[in-house]
Design a protein around this ligand. Structure first.
Ligand code: T1G
Length: 701
């Protein structure tokens, strides 16, 4: 038995301990060790066996790094078969997060106990796969079809008290876990508890009517649009009802093998590691230290300020929310209260919890109330003059060492920092709306920002439940900078011949959460219009790339907020519908700009939008604005609705092959004659040298 798994007798009980840091992933060696330990226990004096893990968590699943490699014995089903068919009761002792193959191992045990703080779950769907070690066959037998479908298709973690209520575990125990688990095993022996093999249980009859699966297939087609694994999960749970256990297990295994080798799984695996890699700042010195953030100030109680305040309160960090006057402050606090009310009414939070979080948010109209905060985040109107005034005040009132952050989406953080006597303490913290929901946080590193401030921002980002991604200063940082050429192509596609419906249809079928024009209507067309008013004609670029948007705004069509934009919106239901008036505007603008409209293929529309994102991504990498390609993928999947099952724009480029991407962009350049379709220098270099992004990263070292 390798050191990853040990077995010992404690009195008349066997104890199998897994110790494979950091998360006790069930690698081949661990599986081997468990099988050997179970075998040993069958022949010694033990009367029952406790299966427990060292470190911070019970096994958090298969070793994801083994995916894509040739399978090695013992397989998960073989390991779980060995556990379940033990002649002596096996009790799983759970702490931390027993997830995926880890929870499936626990389900193959005869009984499960857990600490109150533990959680269990089957999150494989978030990796584009499904539980491949019996989870789709054993869980329905334990908790019924509906609950099993909910747990497996959502991938959510179920806290121990709830898991007990649902029957996923049998007992919640106190620390220390091993002692409690041994005591529980003894009590089972004393009670003569049977060897309860879940495989022998029937799926509770009450719920297994055929329609439930059709309902869930439709649900998944909506909630996880474009993803294959959720549909396969429903098939597997249906098999748990319609097939004998062994056949169901084989059906699950075949479905698992199909998923694990798929492009979607490769993309979602990429995203799993990309999100973890994003937290690493390559060039931070070893002395860089994250500062404690125990109290936060937020300037501006509007949509963004309010959402940011909720984010910190939700993480248990007290907030001082500052507004110019009491009326504006009351409006902001009322909106926060309303948002918590909605969350409670949806059953996603208890009234008590909402009350506790709201109590952490204190309103103020005086800058002096920010004298003791560790961090201030400014979320005021997007104008440099206003930013200068605010940061001048913060420089006056905030204590030495306090971090001064701006939530600007575009503006020059270097220029903002220069307004203070402490540019080393200034950083951009760019949240995404709604800030208490969206996971993405762009951490914008200005030229003078200190390493401690960067370290603090990255650690804090994770603490408040965000995925922090580092960006250097440029117009629009990573996300919004790439959005400009993407939005340009939407406008040009319209004036050249496509309808808003066709363009949005192409991108949503590709998997985008929303099409570019529907996003424009949601955000408000006046936002872009006002931003363009501040730009010179040169900066604005080709008038054909904004004339339609300008014309709609000048007609009062601002998007959802005015009931009409590229689409018309039902005042009650907000339902979106086509509006022939928009086509008239488009045709008028085409005539005004001498554009002969033509039929455009869906493929051309997709290519132009994707290549616009990808080419700008290569510019951003070439300029060092982003640390690595996968950071760009994390930004687009978590902030701009790029489909996770495609892995982000740069992963998509790698899957296509950089030479093909390069040729596609050159073709667009040659067809349009537009300079902006000149391939980015880094793309050109790698494509012509036959290199990949991975090799470029490796060469950078
Ligand atoms: N395999 C390999 N490495 C893993 C891993 C795993 N399952 N889980 C985490 N790591 C690494 C991670 O990359 C990071 O490494 C370090 O551990 C700490 O992780 C048969 C086939 C457990 C809740 O989907 O959700 O079982 O960056 O930074 O925030 O049906 O990790 O330090 O080098 O995330 O405290 C199903 C995945 C697998 C759970 C801990 N299981 N993991 O979160 O730390 S599929 C999962 C997590 C499966 C079976 C199928 C989280 C966590 P590094 P971390 P954390």
């Amino acid at each position: 038995m390798g050191m990853l798994v040990t077995y010992e007798l404690v009195g008349d009980l066997g104890v199998i301990t897994i110790n494979n840091p950091p998360v006790n992933a069930l690698s081949q060696k661990v599986r081997q060790g468990v099988v050997e330990a179970i075998a040993e226990a069958q022949t010694d004096n033990s009367k029952a066996i406790v299966l427990i893990c060292e470190g911070r968590t019970f096994a958090a699943g298969a070793d994801i790094k083994e995916f894509g490699k040739p399978p090695m014995a013992p397989s998960f089903p073989e390991m779980n078969e060995a556990v379940e068919s033990s002649a002596k009761p096996v009790i799983a002792a759970l702490h931390g997060t027993a997830l995926g193959g880890g929870f499936e191992l626990a389900l193959s045990c005869h009984y499960r106990c857990a600490l109150k703080t533990a959680a269990v779950g089957l999150p494989e769907v978030n990796l584009g796969i499904l539980p491949g070690a019996g989870g789709t066959q054993r869980l329905p037998r334990l908790v019924g079809v509906e609950t099993a479908l909910d747990v497996i298709t959502s991938g959510k973690r179920v806290a121990a008290p709830k898991a007990l209520e649902l029957g996923m575990i049998d007992r919640v125990v106190e620390e220390p876990l091993q002692d409690s688990a041994l005591a529980y095993a003894q009590s089972l022996l004393e009670d003569g508890a049977p060897l309860r093999r879940i495989r022998d249980l029937e799926v509770p009859a009450a719920e297994s009517d055929a329609d439930v699966f059709e309902v869930w297939r439709k649900n998944m087609a909506k909630r996880r649009r474009g993803q294959v694994a959720p549909q396969k999960i429903v098939d597997c749970v249906e098999a748990a009802v319609s097939k004998p256990f062994e056949e169901g297990l084989q059906f699950e295994r075949a479905s698992f093998v199909e998923c694990v080798g798929s492009d979607q799984a490769a993309a979602m695996r990429h995203m799993f590691f990309a999100e973890r890699k994003a937290a690493v700042v390559e060039d931070l010195g070893e002395n860089a230290k994250a500062k404690p953030i125990n109290r936060v100030g937020i300037i501006g109680a509007g949509t963004m300020g309010g959402g940011i305040a909720m984010t910190f309160a939700n993480a248990g960090i007290p907030v001082t929310l500052l507004e110019l006057n009491q009326e504006a402050l009351d409006r902001g606090l009322a909106m926060i209260s309303k948002n918590y009310g909605i969350t409670v009414s949806k059953g996603k939070m208890s009234q008590e919890a909402a009350g506790k979080r709201q109590a952490l948010i204190t309103g103020s109209t005086s800058y002096d109330s920010l004298a003791d905060v560790d961090l201030v985040i400014e979320a005021v109107f997007e104008s440099m003059d206003v930013k200068r005034q605010v940061f001048g005040e913060l420089d006056r009132v905030c204590k030495p060492g306090a971090i001064l952050a701006s939530n600007t989406s575009y503006l020059d953080v270097n220029e903002i920092a220069a307004c203070t006597s402490r540019p080393q303490d200034v950083v951009g913290l760019h949240f995404f709306s709604p800030a208490n929901v969206m996971r993405l946080l762009e951490v914008v590193r200005a030229d003078a920002t200190s390493e401690d401030v960067i370290a603090t921002s990255m650690v804090l980002g994770k603490k408040i439940g965000k995925v922090p991604v580092l960006a250097r200063v440029c117009y629009g940082f990573i996300g919004n900078r790439m959005l400009r050429p993407y939005a340009r192509e939407a406008q040009l596609s319209m004036i050249e011949g496509a309808s808003p419906e066709q363009i949005d249809g192409v991108l949503t079928r590709f998997g985008m959460a929303m099409g570019p024009l529907a996003v424009g209507d949601l955000a408000g067309l006046d936002i872009g219009y006002k931003a363009r008013q501040a730009l010179t004609p040169e900066q604005k670029g080709d008038p054909r790339s904004y004339c339609i948007a300008d014309a709609l705004v000048e007609m009062g069509r601002l998007g959802q907020k005015s009931g009409a934009g590229y689409y018309r919106y039902d005042p009650e239901t907000r339902a979106r519908s086509s509006d022939p008036e928009v086509l008239e505007v488009i045709e008028a603008q085409a005539r005004a700009h001498g554009v002969q409209r033509r039929t455009m293929s869906d493929q051309e529309i997709l290519d132009r939008h994707l290549m616009a994102l990808i080419n700008e991504g290569f510019h951003i990498l070439g300029e060092g604005i982003a640390q690595r390609p996968s950071d760009i993928d994390v930004v687009y999947v978590n902030g701009y609705g790029f489909p996770v099952f495609r892995g982000g724009p740069m992963f998509t480029a790698s899957q296509m092959g950089l030479r093909e991407v390069y040729d596609c962009i050159c073709a667009l350049r040659d067809k349009t004659g537009a300079d902006y379709w000149q391939p980015a220098p880094l793309l050109e270099q790698l494509a012509l040298e036959g290199k990949t992004l991975d090799s470029w990263i490796a060469d950078k070292g």
